[in-house]
Design a binder for this molecule. Structure first.
Ligand SMILES: Cc1cc2nc3c(=O)[nH]c(=O)nc-3n(C[C@H](O)[C@H](O)[C@H](O)COP(=O)(O)OP(=O)(O)OC[C@H]3O[C@@H](n4cnc5c(N)ncnc54)[C@H](O)[C@@H]3O)c2cc1C
Length: 263
């Protein structure tokens, strides 16, 4: 794949529930975990999605329905055609004794990261934070993985609480080599703050989301204020030292016009 659009037939659709699905395409792809593709639905729009899995001759994205485009994607069936461009952006680096921290659909790219860590025989742990049990994709697969700890806000699955709540105890039981986080920005900020409180300051890699247009670094739509970093090129995965000076942590993001909702 490249920055040029190519259409692919959807090979398989995995329904986690009506508003949460994974789509597999027959495609060989060399991509790092955390990198994303742009998916184009003819007549609808083109939007970014991280890879939730890369297999011998298939790639997979996992999508949560939140708005017009993602709701339309929920109607896509095996055999339908979708345009794909990519992979784009930066990915996660694999580190020994890494702890993966995911919030909701942010767990999607961490699934691919976990897949690679396993293949490399690198020990890791994965904290999956969800609002409710329904938000957890790949439940059966995850239940077979001893590395996983599920935390839910309403206690409907796993421990009750937030993903970041379990990190201190984890670090105490076995020092964390690095933190890889993907999810809502409030969660990313909490992970970043936690890392700074530890004596040796655990290195962090955080995956950011912004409204995206060109995905090749030209339009500036997805720049992170205070740093000028483009989420589509230098990101979406940024390391702790790249984040000094960010002035828009957990603020409402710019919409399609480039304006923030409150302006
Ligand atoms: C690098 C990158 C990787 C991404 N990877 C994935 C992925 O793997 N799976 C996935 O489902 N999405 C992913 N997204 C987000 C995805 O691109 C958006 O969900 C999608 O653009 C929404 O389009 P829409 O037209 O359906 O909704 P929009 O009209 O754009 O949004 C509708 C409403 O939902 C809110 N919203 C938007 N995104 C989210 C969200 N993720 N969670 C909660 N509320 C949201 C908006 O603020 C708005 O209020 C990624 C985004 C980026 C930048």
């Amino acid at each position: 794949m490249s920055e040029y659009m190519q259409t692919y037939q959807v090979r398989r659709v995995l329904t986690h529930h009506d508003g949460l699905k994974s789509f597999r395409f027959g495609r060989v792809l060399n991509a790092a975990p955390g990198q994303f593709v742009l998916a184009w639905l003819p007549g609808a729009d083109e939007k970014p999605f991280a890879l939730s899995g890369v297999f011998d001759d298939e790639i997979e994205i996992t999508v949560k329905a939140v708005g017009p485009f993602t709701r339309q994607l929920m109607n896509v069936k095996a055999g339908d055609w979708i345009g794909l461009r990519g992979p784009f952006g930066s990915g996660f680096q694999l580190v020994e004794r890494m702890v993966l921290v995911g919030g909701g659909i942010g767990n999607a790219p961490l699934r691919y990261l976990a897949q690679l860590l396993r293949e490399e025989n690198m020990p890791f742990r994965w904290v999956l934070g969800v609002k409710t049990a329904e938000d957890l994709a790949f439940r059966e697969e995850l239940e077979m993985m001893p590395e996983c700890t599920v935390v839910s806000e309403n206690g409907s699955i796993g421990q009750k609480g937030r993903a970041v709540d379990v990190l201190a105890a984890m670090h105490e039981s076995e020092p964390i080599g690095a933190l890889a986080a993907s999810g809502p920005e409030g969660m990313l900020l909490a992970v970043h703050e936690f890392a700074k409180t530890t004596s040796s300051e655990i290195p962090v890699q955080l995956s950011f989301e912004r409204y995206m247009k060109c995905a090749v670094g030209l339009c500036g739509q997805c720049c992170l204020d205070g740093t000028g970093l483009r989420i589509c090129v230098e990101g979406p995965v940024l390391s702790g030292h790249q984040l000094h000076g960010v002035t828009e942590w957990d603020q409402p993001h710019r919409g399609p016009s480039g304006r923030r909702p409150e302006l």
